[in-house]
Design a protein around this ligand. Structure first.
Ligand code: FEO
Length: 167
């Protein structure tokens, strides 16, 4: 594997673990706000990010690379409101999409066909991730100011289990 490809995928492993860290932090924030459904949704999202990181890690290992992992930045800890937390989550996902697209460019440049195949899964996944977080952000904006509507949404989100992708 070309060095550029390897180092870019290693960096992405860090970004995915970083995302898991961000969502776990958000889960704690929502628990502190007495919104256990949002907390559960964020916890499931965090678990999903760990799966993404491991998919990239395993790809490197399967290609004979001993991955050199980066440090994970400290995530944000408090948010002004649920809307602000989901706005941050949506922005985060848009950033990940750009990272995945940049990885794909490297795979194209170096004619790394197996990396292209692996990354196509992530390109599709990012469509879903943006739709999911962006959709919830818009719904949260709709219920802003209504505690009862927020609690209904909280109950709905609490149904999410790790690895699932419901709204
Ligand atoms: Fe793994 Fe949510 O991007």
């Amino acid at each position: 594997m070309h060095d550029d490809m390897r180092t870019a995928i290693e960096a992405q492993v860090g970004h995915e673990f970083g995302a898991a860290h961000v969502y776990l932090s958000m889960s704690g924030f929502f628990d502190g706000q007495n919104l256990p459904g949002f907390a559960q949704w964020m916890r499931a999202q965090s678990e999903e990010e760990i799966e993404h990181a491991m998919k990239l890690f395993d790809f490197l290992v399967d290609r004979g690379v001993a991955p050199e992992l980066p440090a994970i930045p400290k995530p944000p800890h408090t948010f002004a409101s649920p809307v602000e937390a989901f706005a941050a989550a949506f922005e985060h996902e848009c950033g990940v999409t750009r990272q995945i697209h940049a990885l794909y460019e490297i795979a194209l440049e170096h004619k790394d066909y197996s990396a292209q195949m692996m990354l196509q899964w992530f390109i599709t996944e990012q469509l879903e991730e943006e739709k999911l977080t962006g959709g919830l952000l818009e719904r949260l904006k709709m219920v802003e100011g209504s505690r009862s509507a927020l609690l209904i949404l909280d109950a709905e989100l609490g149904a999410r289990q790790g690895g699932e992708h419901p709204a």
